[in-house]
Design a protein around this ligand. Structure first.
Ligand code: BDP
Length: 601
């Protein structure tokens, strides 16, 4: 799906701003709130999570639908154009009404969707746009909600007391706050009626040149012309036809931390679209991960889209700041834990040369996590109902992000239940692995991020292109005993070394209260976080197969309340407002001295 852009052929209208808002009181649909102006609405900012915008426990802990509404007028001179209403992301389920009519629905909170409105929009008066948004999560949603109540952070775990009716609330089977709302920009864009629907660009390197294979999907017939520009706006190649190849002589590669972007200007009849792309190669060979033919070492983080007041809503200032902080530290990469990030962030990473592992919203696909939900073990994959939706998010994520040079690998899921019944997990994930490869025109590596456990039983991880593992030796396991942590980690890496594939630590981290210090470090102090990181990387450095370290987490982030978290997860190397903890300085020293390529040789 193309990112909406303003250009000489296309109009773009941003619907960000203050909308009317009302949480469903149970009557929203029966009273057809979407047919007329909301009565006594609240004001709410779009895009952003709604949860933290008001001083209200009802809004913060809301369960179910909320209604967003605004008037939309469209200039008359757009008559005769194709007009599209597009949502960057609405979390988790959206029903969109225009002038009282349901015009589209969308499941999944982290990917864009759009609907044509040129035949239904009124040009002479304003139109009532209502978006009903559901935040409920269960065994069929990604991320997964816990249908047995409780949550993985220990909320509601004690036996219930007869006669007491607890309030209905979401029970996330994952460790981040279930923020909801219209999280990413809402836009109207136009195209001519015959238009460019999609563009696919597959760059190959051929000596000093690039051989770029492309295809352009159009609606309607006509000639397709491509002109390729470099960063100085010089024409470097031309092509015509819906499919073909063009050569860029003496190509400048897109390199980690040294990005170079070309632009393909595509014209088709009255329509025009400019698609940026980078030329780089990605390949897994033996136990190494190659970018542009050289073994790459991932230095960076697992992150979240999370910030004060905005919740999970897009914050482009913060995105710029985060990438600046990453560069300050010598980091070169991050994983979009635990859902696809905004298109704006992906565009930024393309420009900044930040390497991205792009993850689906499949987190919590693990009904045996910490034994929550049931005292006996269940077959997660026979119990959950995510199968079809999981296929859809993989397809949609790859379709959205396929042209981004920053994306070097797809992650099918985070910490899924791959060890309880190894065959069941393998049967679920092997087809998804194949699907991801099939969907990606650039055929990038595919992985799944593995949870701590009896890794020798796991059949799914070894079936992926890269072994990505989240490990908490020295925190959840051997917390406070870093010598034991190092021994256990060494034993595990001896195992993975034999598997013969690259290994990336996609999470390792320790909760740390900013400002808490001790000369003899204990867990939760800033010194312990540094010692924890040192102990882990000391072992990573001994193994050639370890090709990356992504610390959990870039910054402190909000979670549901419960006995495991004090105002959220504190494993950040930065606080939630982006102040560095001691660990940031330690990692900065380390990473600035580690090369991005050829580190282990
Ligand atoms: C892992 C999860 C991550 C958590 C982290 C933690 O992948 O979402 O936040 O551990 O416990 O289990 O901090």
């Amino acid at each position: 799906m193309l990112y909406p852009k303003l250009n000489s052929a296309r109009m773009l209208i941003d619907l960000s701003g203050i909308w009317d808002f009302k949480a469903d009181d149970g009557n929203g649909f029966s009273d057809k709130w979407y047919e007329r102006k909301l009565e006594n609405p609240l004001t709410i900012a779009v895009p952003a999570s709604y949860n933290d915008q008001k001083e209200s426990i009802d809004l913060r802990d809301h369960y179910g639908y909320v209604f967003y509404q605004r008037e939309v007028a469209v200039p008359k001179y757009l008559k005769g154009q194709r007009i599209v209403l597009r949502f960057g992301a609405v979390t988790h389920y959206a029903k969109v009404y225009l002038n009282g009519e349901l015009i589209c629905e969308h499941k999944g909170g982290f990917l864009p969707f759009e609907v044509e409105i040129q035949d239904i929009i009124k040009f002479d008066e304003s139109n009532l746009l209502t978006v009903a948004v559901d935040n409920r999560i269960d065994y069929s949603s990604l991320p997964v909600g816990n249908e047995n109540g409780g949550n993985i952070l220990g909320g509601g775990l004690l036996p219930s007391v007869p006669g007491v009716t607890p309030k209905k609330q979401n029970a996330p089977n994952f460790d981040f706050f279930n923020y909801a709302g219209i999280h990413r920009p809402v836009k109207i864009y136009t195209t001519p009626l015959k238009y460019i629907k999609d563009v696919t660009i597959v760059p190959n390197v051929d000596g000093n040149d690039a051989k770029v294979v492309y295809s352009v999907e159009t609606v309607g017939d006509g000639d397709v012309l491509l002109t390729i520009y470099d960063e100085n706006n010089e024409i470097v190649a031309k092509a015509n036809g819906k499919e073909g190849t063009f050569i860029i002589k003496n190509v400048k590669l897109w390199q980690p931390l040294n990005a170079y972007l070309y632009t393909a200007k595509i014209t088709f009849g009255e329509d025009m679209y400019e698609q940026t792309f980078g030329v780089r190669t990605v390949e897994v060979k033996g136990n190494q991960f190659y970018i542009n033919g050289k073994p790459f070492y991932f230095k960076g983080f697992g992150k979240h889209e999370d910030s004060n007041v905005h919740g999970r809503g897009i914050d482009e200032v913060l995105n710029v700041k985060d990438i600046s902080l990453m560069k300050w530290m010598g980091a070169n990469s991050f994983r979009t834990s635990h859902y696809p990030y905004s298109e704006e962030m992906m565009n930024l990473c393309d420009r900044e040369g930040i390497v991205v592992i792009d993850e689906t919203p499949a987190v919590g696909v693990n009904l045996n996590f910490g034994g929550v939900g049931s005292s006996k073990q269940v077959d997660t994959f026979k119990t959950i109902r995510t199968h079809e939706h999981h296929r859809k998010v993989i397809k949609d994520m790859i379709e959205r992000d396929k042209n981004h040079p920053c994306v070097v690998m797809w992650s099918l899921a985070n910490e899924s239940d791959t060890m309880t019944i190894p065959d069941s997990a393998y049967e679920y994930y092997k087809p998804l692995y194949e699907l991801a490869h099939k969907c990606d025109p650039q055929n990038r590596p595919v992985t799944i991020v593995g949870v701590q456990g009896d890794y020798t039983k796991d059949k799914t991880l070894p079936a992926m292109d890269v072994i990505c593992i989240n490990r908490y030796y020295g925190w959840y396991i051997y917390g406070g005993d870093l010598d034991a942590a190092k021994q256990a980690l060494t034993l595990e890496l001896e195992y993975w070394q034999k598997v013969g594939k690259p290994v990336i630590f996609t999470e390792f981290g320790a909760d740390t209260i900013a400002g808490l210090h001790l000369a003899t470090p204990n867990m939760f102090t800033e010194e312990y976080q540094v010692d924890f990181l040192k102990a882990n990387v000391e072992v990573f450095d001994k193994f050639e197969c370890v090709v990356g370290e992504q610390v959990w987490n870039f910054a402190d982030f909000q979670t549901i309340q419960g006995i495991m978290r004090v105002d959220g997860n504190k494993k950040g190397v930065f606080t939630r407002d982006r102040r560095p903890k001691l660990a940031a300085h330690y990692l900065r020293n380390r990473w600035l001295s580690l090369p991005d390529f050829d580190y282990k040789f």
